[in-house]
Each structure stands twice: as C-alpha cells, then as structure tokens.
Design a protein around this ligand. Structure first.
Ligand code: AMP
Ligand code: MG
Length: 415
C-alpha cells in the first residue's frame, strides 16, 4: 500500500499539462500564466513625489522646526501628469502633488502637514532627511526586467502588472475538462423524485464545485448503477474528457465494480489503496490515450479529502501551474485528536486566532460520511502516519481547504 506522498508522486508522474490558450486580460483572473512577462517600461518613469507637499533642497531645511521654521519662496505648482516648469534654487520650494515629477534641484519632499503657507512662501516646520518621500524612477518596474514567470497564478496583483505592461492578451493554461461520475444503486439524483429510502447524490456536486474552484471545467456524467455494463458504458464515455473523477464502488464490496471495469477498459491502474484516513480505497489509473482516472471512495468526506490531497495537485499540473499543492500552515492543536498509526489522517478543522497563536479545532464528529463536518471547515489538520495522538497545544500542519476561507470578525481591532 502506498503512502500519501508516494501516491501523490505517482499521480503527478502520470499527469501532463493540457497545453496553452490565449485569453483577454479581462478573463485572466484565476488562470495560470504560461509565458514570461517582462517590463516594457520604467515605473515610475522618473523620480516622483510620494506625498502632497513641497519639493525642497534638503540643505535649506536643516534644523527647521515649528519654533524655527525654514522659509522658502514657492516657485512652481506641479500636478501629477504635468512637468515642472522650473528648477528649485536655493531658498525656493515647489508645491508638488503625489505622483508628480520631482523638479531639478529638489532632493526631498516635505509633506503638507509639516508646512504652513500664505501662498507666496512656505514655512517648513520639520527637518526631513534627504530623499524623504520620493519614489525613485524604476522602483516599481524596470524596463527589460522579468516580472511574472510561466506557471504563475494570475491573481489581482498579477493582473494589475499585466495591465501596467499593456498585456491585453495572455497565454494561459487550458482548463482541463473533467467528467464527474457517481456510482451506486442507492443514489438519488438531483432531478430524481425525492425518496426517503434513497441516498442523495452529494459527491457529483461537491466534486464539481472543487473542480471549478481549482480551475477545471467539470462535466456532470450522472450516476452509474452498480451494474458492470452501465458502469463500462458511462466510464468509457467519460474517457473523452481530459480527466475522469468517479466516486463510489471502488472498495471491496460485492457490488463494487469500478476497479474491474477500469481493467476491462484497458486503463492502466497505477495503484489502489493509500495509507490515508479518510479515503483509504482511492485508486488511480491512466487510459491508453493518457487520460487520468481518479476513483474516489463513495463516502462524501473521503471523496472530498482525496480530491484535495490527490486530485488538486494533478489538476494544477494539468493547468501548467508551478505551485501544485494547497498551502499548509502551522497551527496549535485545539483539543485531543486520537488516531490509529499506519495512515496519514486529514482531520476537518476550523482555524481561529487567539491572542498568541493560531488554533485548529475539530469541526465535530469526524465520520467519513458526515459531510456536515466539512461545512465551515477551513482546513485539514494533518496527523502524520506514525502518530496516534495529537494533544491540546501540540504543533501540527494544516492544509487549507481553499482560498475561500473567511472569518467572522475583522483581523484588526484598534482602540
Ligand atoms: P461505496 O464506496 O460505493 O461503498 O460507498 C460508500 C458510502 O458512500 C455509501 O454509504 C454510499 O451510499 C455513499 N455514497 C456513495 N456515492 C455517493 C454519492 N455520490 N453521494 C453521497 N453518498 C455517496
Ligand atoms: Mg457503492
């Protein structure tokens, strides 16, 4: 049986990037950049003021204070977007706005709050070191400098950089299409009539949501009943997509036909069973055409956890991303977590900040069928394979569930 790390390694060895496409900057957020982007300009293009205030010569304001201000003659008024009309000579100052170019002769900006004026002269009420409140030419971007590398996730700041260098169209990873198939005689589809005796299909929807939020394009492939022919037919149709995610029927039950069908379809099964809790019967294979197939256990929490641990890195690789894994953060354990040795356990937790640390608390009972214990969870607390107990206050890693983690109160509370 593979360890979690071995299973991830095997999955990644057999998944390939889906190639590139071009999109407009308007559609680029959330995509993975597949080119290197260089700066085509200096930004700022010249030294500019970082404040509304006065551009001065530092030697003119040495020792200035409220009691003993330096008095300078105002010789210019420079707005952002216009050029200085004259140099600042000894004994002079130019009124200057944030983002406006620094005039010749000036080497320092004094913010307006530290001045007093009658419009003709300005009193400088503090001393400022030379260079204060000046943004230097090229301090943000330098022409020719590499800014964003291939494999970068395009988030708001990255999109802003694209705009700054006039990249209206960008090469990004093509989003893989992924067929999502559920299996089981007991399942009631979303469109089926309500039956108190059936089990509602949750996995199709949790998995499609996970896929969308990971950047893939999910396709609902429906429910296959526990019959070999039906499973074979639905699975073989699913293989037309870039990847297949099937849930249920992969365990050792008498009606678990997924593994058998996988073999019949000539899918090369790389492994079955991983030392993970929940989600032990997870299986992975590759079709003759190179389509990866992830066979997840049927229990909704197991399916979700296996997706986070094994499918997310694979989708990220298909997208061409450089960072394949969900971010993990170190937390203090907020209660006792008991476990059996031999499997890596991913426990559903909520993360809270106390005045001194970040604490992860269990969301509730951890049964792999209790989807409500993932509702509101921020992450999966990792109990290592050879650990059978985490005690209150122990330090552990917590893999964040997604970027959609929010908290009730603002993180700052100034008095
Ligand atoms: P299986 O892996 O097929 O043995 O299923 C394990 C458990 O997960 C059973 O209790 C199933 O009813 C349940 N299950 C399987 N597929 C789904 C699904 N798509 N949605 C919700 N529960 C499911
Ligand atoms: Mg089943």
């Amino acid at each position: 049986m593979k360890t979690v790390s071995e299973a991830i390694k095997t999955v990644l060895e057999h998944t390939r990037p889906c190639g590139a496409e071009e999109v407009s900057i308007f559609d680029s957020a959330g995509r993975v950049l597949l080119e290197d982007v260089y700066s085509n300009r200096d930004h700022p293009p010249y030294d500019v003021s970082a404040m509304d205030g006065y551009a001065v010569r530092s030697e003119d304001i040495g020792g200035a204070s409220r009691e003993n201000p330096a008095i300078l003659t105002i010789v210019d008024d420079i707005k952002a977007g216009s050029m200085p009309q004259r140099a600042v000579e000894s004994g002079q100052a130019a009124r200057i706005m944030t983002g406006a170019p620094l005039p010749q002769g000036a080497d320092t900006v004094v913010r307006v709050e530290d001045t007093d004026t009658d419009g003709r002269v300005v009193k400088i009420l503090t001393t400022s070191a030379r260079g204060t409140d000046i943004r230097r030419k090229g301090e943000n971007l330098r022409e020719g400098e590499p800014l964003l590398h291939t494999g970068t996730d395009l988030k708001p700041a990255e999109v802003g950089i694209l705009a700054m260098v006039k990249k209206k169209v960008v090469r990004v990873g093509r989003s893989p299409s992924v067929a999502v198939l559920s299996t089981g005689d007991e399942l009631e589809g979303l469109e089926d009539e309500f039956s108190p005796l059936k089990i509602p299909d949750a996995n199709s929807y949790t998995l499609m949501a996970q896929l969308s939020l990971t950047g893939a394009v999910p396709e609902l492939a429906g429910i296959a009943r526990d019959r070999k022919e039906e499973l074979r037919e639905k699975l073989s149709r699913a293989l037309a997509y870039d990847a297949v995610v099937v849930s249920g029927g992969v365990s050792v039950g008498h009606h678990d036909f997924v593994r058998e069908t996988i073999k019949e379809l000539d899918i090369d099964m790389k492994f079955w069973r991983v030392a993970i809790r929940p989600g032990h019967p997870f299986a992975f294979g590759i079709s003759q055409e190179g389509v990866p197939l992830f066979a997840l256990p049927g229990n909704p929490v197991s399916a979700m956890v296996c997706f986070e641990v094994f499918v997310v890195p694979a989708i990220r690789k298909m997208l061409g991303a450089k960072r394949l894994f969900r971010k993990a953060v170190r937390v203090a354990v907020g209660g006792t977590v008991k476990d059996k040795k031999g499997r890596t356990n991913f426990v559903r937790v909520r993360i809270e900040n106390t005045p001194t640390e970040t604490v992860a608390r269990l969301t509730g009972r951890q049964g792999s069928g209790i989807l409500m214990n993932v509702v509101g969870a921020d992450g999966l607390l990792i109990v290592p394979q050879e650990c059978d107990e985490l005690k209150e206050g122990d330090s552990a890693l917590c893999q964040l569930l997604s970027v959609q983690s929010f908290q009730e109160r603002p993180p700052v509370n100034e008095v």
